[in-house]
Write a protein that binds this ligand. Sequence first.
Ligand SMILES: [Zn+2]
Length: 348
Amino acid sequence: MDMFYIGFRDPLFSIIIFFTIIFLITFFSYWWGRYRRKENSTHLDRFLEQFRALPSENELKVLISSGELSQKSWMLLAASYSKNGDYEKSIEIYNELLKVSEKENLFEIMFILGKTYFKAGFLERSRQIFLEILKYNPRTPQALHYLLLVYEYMRDYQAAIDVLEPLDELGEDILLDKTYLTALTLLQNVKFSEEEKAQKLLNLYKENHKLAYMIFEFLFRVNPQIAWENLHLEDAELLTEVLWRLDSKDLNLDIIAKSKYLQELYSARGDVTLVTESAIFELDVLIGLQGRANATLSFEYVCKSCKATNPFGFTRCSACHAIDSAMVEYGLSKDYIKEFSEENNSFQ
Ligand SMILES: [Zn+2]
């Protein structure tokens, strides 16, 4: 037992005490360092969070009513929220600004608020705002244009057509809007059969040669024969996708033979062999391939007014709201449908 006993005055005892103290100091300084680092990082996170988080509705109320920032700065901030797709915050700011703004800015803010409601898809609120503006300023074409769009998106085409009257009185060009809304009303009407709609749309087209894409896309679907007979060959390029997807049995070879473009298009698809080359690269490649590769045309639509692109054909641009502004652009892509049908056949 004595061999394990270390005397109080033994030098070994002092050494043990010395190392114990060193160990305790190291241990506590390590944990203290860890604790401080964690504290600092939590504090920094909390500090940065203030800038990441959006101000709450109540914070906004206080900030806007205190008048520390100018109204213009708030408008810029709201516009940037809206641009980034945070319509909710943008709407909150405009609503608060309305409460504190002077009378001369009131309608300007209301107009922007109405536009933001429209972009965010709150059509009813947007409608109420534009109606309120027009109640006091009936001769505001911008508000009337937006009211027309709101009714159009609500599919209340008759109400949209009614808005055209004051716009016409203000000297605005309403022909395209009127034709487009008439066409939409026709398509929505359940009393007409598809054939009747086709005939009425064709009559509309004959009046002013507008909405070629919208009308002929419908006609080629419902009655390809009358579509071919009435197609203006200068519209053929815009309708390339519709014509490209047309069933072989619905082709009108007499009309195709009259147009160089249509000859090239259907030679590229392999229905006819009327030409051996094309000035259009994509068609030239497909004519040259003669169906030996799994390639087809792919389509994209560009708005002539705002240059926004869309994978589908459109009549009213969803970005700038221009009508009949679509322009088709095409490229070459893999023919997945052909590949899929070939794969299915090989399993049979
Ligand atoms: Zn556009």
